[in-house]
Write a protein that binds this ligand. Structure first.
Ligand code: ATP
Ligand code: MG
Length: 376
């Protein structure tokens, strides 16, 4: 059968922006974990250097970056020297003190801006911001004392009491079938919120990137499975109706624009049986549920973050193939990584962490396949 003549590839004309690319910018990254490691690897592939700033020893991101500072987030001298050595600053760790990020912003651009980080660090503030932008949120109430738990409306039970700050992987949460004041002390007597337990039919996340010029890129919704509050696996595109997918993308676009996002952000949603979307939380950094974009998308979330903070044109967020699945390797599951390596089509990622602890994220595996292949 005759084939259509192939379109000739045209190289873009030399533009001024290309010159900035040749200057080999340096991106400063606060945080030394696996997200920083994957950011530095993606940056290196584009000729961009990264400087990792992290307080811990053995920061796994530092291993693959061109420079590294090991210092506390309160060390103003070290922060200043770091800022002077980079062109722009981002973070891979959500619990970086906002005071450090605000200080850095007086010296170099920090994206996403400190105000967005401050929102995302507090479950009450992020829910209020989402509601203000017109997104639907599950029923919740702020809990500032043990007595507030008994005063909470009855429709919040069964519910989940969560600390407003510093929770991750389901930590800092207690399930409550009925009011129980002792839960407040069990979480450390800290400001918390009580959320109604949502009878969701699935969980979604959506990644969005935006650069300083206002260019916005949305990834297709991702479907997530959690176990004991920890992400187990993600697949894309999510098996939801086109209407639900469109509503999720519209909500994310609205919030990104309202917050004037520069950088990359992930939003998590609960999907109810009737297709209603409820905002859960947001993270202004690459997200665990987006690891699959390394093999599954034309532009990984890591490359996209680097592009966004440098105000480069954003890359395509289309899937390369039909369907992608990512599974976290938690604790000693990382020991099975070698087996996955033998299986064709599986991309194994290990983060270089040396202590194996139950539930710790030590790596992940991604399977990407064409439309006609069956599920793994
Ligand atoms: P991570 O940082 O890993 O995303 P987290 O510790 O910040 O998680 P959440 O996202 O609030 O915490 O909760 C983790 C998981 O627990 C959710 O993805 C969901 O599976 C379940 N969960 C949390 N809140 C609710 C809720 N209100 N109703 C039902 N399930 C919930
Ligand atoms: Mg979450």
């Amino acid at each position: 059968m005759p084939t259509a003549p192939r379109k000739r590839l045209r190289w873009p004309k030399h533009r001024k922006a290309d010159v900035a690319i040749l200057e080999r910018p340096i991106v400063g990254i606060l945080g030394g974990g696996q997200l920083g490691r994957m950011l530095a690897l993606a940056a290196a592939a584009m000729g961009v250097r990264c400087h990792i700033y992290a307080p811990e020893q053995n920061a796994v991101a530092a291993e693959v970056a061109s420079s590294h500072t090991q210092a506390a987030y309160t060390d103003e001298k070290a922060l200043r020297t770091f800022a002077e050595s980079v062109d722009v600053i981002t973070y891979e760790f959500e619990n970086v003190p906002v005071s450090a990020v605000e200080f850095l912003e007086t010296l170099k651009p920090v994206y996403p801006r400190p105000a967005i980080l401050a929102l995302a660090q507090d479950r009450l503030f992020e829910k209020q911001a989402a509601e203000k932008a017109g997104l639907r949120v599950g029923t919740y109430v702020a809990i500032d004392s043990a007595a507030d738990i008994t005063k909470a409306p009855a429709n919040l039970f069964p519910g989940i009491l969560k600390t407003r700050r510093l929770g991750y992987d389901g930590k800092g949460q207690i399930s409550l079938t009925a009011p129980d004041e002792s839960a407040f002390a069990a979480l450390g007597n800290v400001p918390s919120i009580l959320e109604q337990r949502i009878p969701f039919s699935s969980e979604l996340s959506v990644l969005v990137a935006r650069n300083k010029s206002g260019q916005l890129a949305l990834y297709p919704p991702i479907e997530n499975q959690h176990e004991n509050g920890i992400l187990r696996s993600s697949s894309a595109p999510a098996a939801v109706s086109p209407a639900v997918a469109a509503a999720a993308l519209a909500a994310v676009k609205t919030l990104a624009e309202k917050l004037d996002l520069i950088g990359l952000m992930a939003l998590e949603f609960f999907v109810l049986a009737d297709g209603t979307l409820l905002f859960n939380e947001c993270a202004p950094r690459p997200h665990n549920s987006g690891h699959w974009t390394i093999e599954g998308s034309y532009t990984s979330q890591y490359a996209q973050t680097i592009r966004a903070v440098l105000n480069w044109p954003l890359g395509s967020t289309q899937l390369r193939g039909g369907r992608v699945k990512m599974q976290n390797l938690l604790g000693d599951e990382a020991l099975e990584a070698a087996d996955h390596r033998r299986c064709g089509g599986a991309a194994v990622h290990l983060y270089g962490k040396d202590d194996i602890k139950a539930g710790r994220k030590l790596g992940h595996v991604t399977w990407a396949w064409r439309k006609h292949r069956t599920e793994h």
